[in-house]
Write a protein of this length. Structure first.
Ligand SMILES: Nc1nc2c(ncn2[C@@H]2O[C@H](COP(=O)(O)OP(=O)(O)O)[C@@H](O)[C@H]2O)c(=O)[nH]1
Ligand SMILES: [Mg+2]
Length: 205
């Protein structure tokens, strides 16, 4: 009997939770794995707008280093992942091509934080995304997508090469693997929470 009562009390103490929805951006250069990462973690079929890379796009889309790529995301990737029953992330992949920069300010509205995906063979491709989030004060994490055949660098070397602030997390990942991609997203959320707490705290000096 006591067991039943305590069970009931527990039920009363835990009403169904209204999940908090957070928005994260997934940025980085062309072909770095943004669409792959959103697809790997999303619980809903990612809303994608992949188009074939056409001859027409050739002079505009820089394919150096990504010769295998046959499609590109024209507008954006969108996905959703429930991290906990009370925490849902909505993922917005930013378009990789320079000609879609005008979308970034719209996408960044209300974003809690961002992932900047990087490929160490083409590190310069993520400079623009790093600059963008630094300038707007959007907390971000750099996730190095470890492609086969690419030399594995120490995250500290990547941090140095990108001239990042010491508190910006740099992690290694495999954008194709759900658990790995999920770990990246958790890092972003935790980092963003820390940045928000630091901003709330009055300056000590
Ligand atoms: N080997 C390997 N290939 C990857 C990885 N991530 C993405 N790819 C491949 O790289 C290509 C570009 O990825 P995509 O997600 O379309 O890049 P996006 O332009 O940033 O959206 C695709 O053919 C992917 O299958 C990875 O971690 N390892
Ligand atoms: Mg894409």
């Amino acid at each position: 009997m006591a067991f039943v009562r305590s069970e009931r009390r527990r039920d009363q103490a835990a009403p169904p939770v209204e999940p908090v929805a957070l928005k994260l951006l997934v940025a980085g250069g062309f072909g770095v794995g943004k669409t792959t990462l959103v697809g790997a973690v999303s619980e809903i079929r990612p809303l994608r707008t992949e188009e074939s890379l056409s001859e027409l796009g050739r002079p505009v889309d820089d394919l150096a280093g990504v010769e295998q790529k046959r499609t590109t995301t024209v507008a954006m990737d969108f996905g959703r992942i429930t991290l906990r029953e009370d925490l849902v992330l909505y993922l917005f992949g930013t378009p990789g091509q320079d000609r879609f920069w005008f979308l970034w300010d719209e996408l960044a509205q209300g974003a809690l934080g961002a992932v900047v995906l990087a490929d160490t063979r083409r590190l310069a491709d993520c400079f623009a995304a790093v600059d963008y989030f630094e300038r707007r004060g959007i907390p971000f994490t750099v996730a190095v997508n470890c492609f086969e055949g690419a030399k594995v660098y120490d995250p500290d070397n990547v941090r140095e090469a990108l001239d990042l602030d010491p508190q910006v997390p740099v992690v290694l990942c495999d954008a194709r693997k759900r658990e790995s991609a999920k770990d990246v997203l958790i890092t972003v959320v935790e980092h963003a929470a820390k940045v928000a707490a630091d901003r709330r705290r009055p300056a000590a000096d």
